[in-house]
Design a protein around this ligand. Structure first.
Ligand code: IVH
Length: 693
């Protein structure tokens, strides 16, 4: 009785979920949906024996953190050849027609998200894997289960017992704007674009976070052994019947003229779509012809992507303001009359620097062209001179800091102006502290930019070391804080003393020392002491450290103010030493390796880790110091040539494994399983890739 009731609710909720998220035509109100959901939640809570991971109640995700296992794709996830030129697209079509005669083309939108492969077994979602390197990707099933348009259970139908379906995880503009508004309010760095946001969200540790981010998923390709379809369009129609969200914008075109018309239409009409697209994909519809056309090393010969040119908008430059960053760099910012561009309203754009502005002769009052690249802030690409007001005059760049009035300076080789008043210019001081507390640095999550500004305005912090002297009773009387948040702040500052050395090094904000360089420095020198004592020559010996970075490091440690701060941080108990590495053997001690190309049984990172675990060293580039080049597929010919010239030993993946010999832990990364109906074997958990934000 209860069981039937639960199952009936699940079926109805899944049906309405599909109406809402897949078909965009809800039949009931949100209120009714929520009431039904609550009823089911209560019943499930009272009768845990009927729990089911595929229940609609489970779409909210969980706070359990998940490690992403690496999974080998049963069918490699290839990419597409792409072009910005209609001529090239026409040549592509003509080549196909020369080979197989005239035929039908499925024209689809190119969704601008992140690729995903979903595997279904007996009509249930078994696994969701990212594209990764095309051969193997991350298992992100727990996160994808929270995406409402992904069916957890298929509708009744003639689906095969085991198949894969591929598509794109997208972040609609509405979700993206909401997310960035939240991040801005919390003082967190903004996400560059919906594509990065979608990819970053999929790699979140907590599926509950993913559930709240409002992702969507459109499917565009079915893979399986012996699929009973003659064409792509037929397979997509079936996928739609089974409950998948398949785009209704796909059209079958018969001629180049029809394909061109499809492209022309969507080049403009895409602006009205609720999610980002960056082109059109043209695919041969007929599966038999696809088989005849085959593949190149990387991509199918039966499909190509035509990419749209970046969208432009024309709007009025109302005024120019100047931002001072934590390094003192001054960035001119254009304040624009609000204009809609690529789905979001743009009000500001970067003007880069004085030279760039002079080059374009940009003046307040001008009508300017704005474009969105991959960055967060759009840029100005030109001025519409025909609309320049008659009384307009060239713009004179500022020569004093807009924040503290100090005369600006220009350093050799730098395009930007700088405010040299490091210790007295507010945005520089606050900026350094905000950088220090960032997630990728000390991760003091309870402090945001606004709180840092508040602390600074109240004279409580002037530098990063001051954070460790803060006491609850100093914070709690401040506006917007109170006892509880004050305690949280103090606790998370205290906890930050456990953050590993390389992140402390990154947090110091030494110029040009980004996250990766900090890691290399920590890896190479192992302690702050050693970095401080290193000469310019010794610094440059560390991987990825060039002369520019070495000089910046020397400058930082030459400043007595920084030394005082470091001394106080040491007293506060921060980690100034790298943790000991776990070693499996010393077989590679004293040997240096360069890893290059693609490998069959290991990822490049896995090989690098093996090298370190056995006492060897990884180098980024082939040089006289290299002992071995481990060469995979598709390796750059230049690298190979250089290695040959230098007489470096070039070995294969297998030869490398032999080099470690018995000391190598047995890798269970099986080659791609034979195409039967058993799922691909999951592999060892991979070290988490760095999150995108
Ligand atoms: S078909 C073997 N169709 O574009 C070809 N891809 O540049 C499989 N993409 O990795 C891809 N929209 O992430 C296909 N309608 C569409 C697409 C699409 C977006 C992405 C996909 C792929 C990338 C290739």
């Amino acid at each position: 009785m209860i069981r039937e009731k639960i199952e009936d609710l699940r079926r109805r909720l899944e049906y309405h979920n599909h109406r809402y998220y897949v078909e965009n035509s809800p039949e009931i109100s949100d209120f009714e949906f929520d009431a039904m959901m609550r009823e089911l939640q209560e019943l499930e809570a009272a009768h845990p024996q009927f729990a089911d991971p595929d229940s609609p109640t489970q779409r909210v995700g969980s706070d359990l953190t998940c490690e992403f296992r690496t999974v080998r794709h049963r069918y490699p996830m290839r990419s597409l050849g792409n072009t910005y030129s209609l001529d090239e697209l026409h040549e592509f079509i003509q080549r196909i027609e020369r080979e197989v005669g005239t035929t039908d083309y499925a024209c689809e939108l190119k969704f601008d998200g992140t690729a995903i492969s979903l595997t279904y077994e007996h009509g249930r979602l078994l696994r969701a894997v990212t594209r990764g390197d095309g051969e193997q990707g991350d298992d992100v099933t727990a996160n994808v289960r929270t995406v409402r348009s992904v069916p957890l259970v298929l509708r009744d139908g003639d689906w095969p017992d085991y198949f894969e379906i591929r598509g794109e995880i997208l972040m609609p503009y509405a979700s993206f704007d909401r997310l960035n508004a939240e991040r801005e309010a919390a003082g967190e760095p903004l996400l560059a674009n919906p594509r990065n946001a979608a990819a970053g969200t999929l790699k979140q540790q907590s599926s509950a976070v993913v559930a709240r981010r409002g992702l969507d998923c459109v499917l565009y390709q079915l893979s399986g052994d012996d699929l009973p379809f003659a064409s792509h369009s037929e397979s997509l129609a079936k996928a739609r019947e089974w409950g998948f969200k398949v785009s209704d914008k796909m059209r079958i075109c018969h001629t180049i003229a029809e394909i061109d018309a499809f492209i022309e239409h969507w080049d403009t009409a895409r602006r009205e779509l609720p999610f980002p697209t960056d082109g059109v994909v043209v695919k041969v519809d007929d599966f038999a012809l696809r088989r005849r056309l085959g593949y190149t090393a990387k991509a199918p010969k039966w499909a190509v992507a035509y990419k749209f040119k970046a969208e432009q908008a024309l709007t009025r430059l109302e005024s120019i303001s100047f931002q001072v960053g934590r390094t003192g760099a001054v960035t001119p910012v254009a304040n624009l009359a609000p204009v809609l561009l690529a789905g979001t309203t743009v009000r500001r754009a970067t003007l880069h620097n004085a030279e760039q502005m002079a080059l374009l002769d940009i003046r307040p009052g001008d009508m300017v062209y704005v474009e969105k690249g991959g960055e967060i802030i759009p840029k100005i690409t030109g001025v519409e001179l025909s609309e320049r007001p008659a009384d307009s005059r060239p713009f004179r760049y500022i020569d004093r800091c807009p924040e503290c009035g100090t005369p600006l300076v220009r350093y050799e080789g730098e395009a930007k102006h700088y405010c040299p008043n490091q210790s007295g210019c507010t945005p520089q001081i606050v900026g350094r502290i905000v950088h220090f507390i960032r997630r990728k640095a000390m991760d003091i999550a309870s402090l945001g930019e606004e709180t840092v500004e508040l602390l600074y305005a109240n004279g409580l912090v002037r530098d990063i070391a001051d954070l460790y002297d803060l006491r609850t009773e100093q914070l709690s009387p401040l506006p917007r804080l109170g006892e509880k948040s004050a305690e949280n702040i103090i606790r998370s500052i205290r906890e930050s003393t456990r953050v590993p050395f390389h992140r402390v090094l990154f947090g110091l904000g030494i110029r040009f020392v980004g996250e990766t360089t900090a890691k290399y420095l920590a890896e190479h020198f192992r302690s702050l002491e050693a970095v401080m004592q290193a000469s310019r020559e010794e610094l440059v010996e560390a991987d990825e450290v060039g002369e520019k970075i070495a000089d910046a490091i020397l400058d930082y440690f030459a400043d007595p103010r920084n030394l005082r701060i470091l001394e106080r941080l040491r007293e506060a108990g921060l980690q100034f030493r790298a943790a000991e590495r776990e070693r499996s053997s010393e077989r590679l001690a004293g040997l240096s390796f360069v890893i290059s190309g693609k490998f069959t049984d290991h990822s490049r990172d896995e090989l690098k880790e093996l090298i370190e675990r056995h006492g060897g060293k990884n180098l980024a580039a082939v040089s006289g110091n290299t002992d071995y080049l481990v060469a995979g597929d598709n390796m750059g010919p230049a690298k190979l040539k250089k290695a040959e010239k230098l007489g470096i030993r070039i070995i294969s993946e297998q030869e490398f494994i032999d080099l470690i010999g018995d000391a190598s832990p047995q890798s269970d990364s099986a080659p791609a399983p034979a195409p039967d109906h058993t799922p691909a074997a999951p592999q060892q958990p991979s070290p988490r890739q760095g999150e995108l934000f």
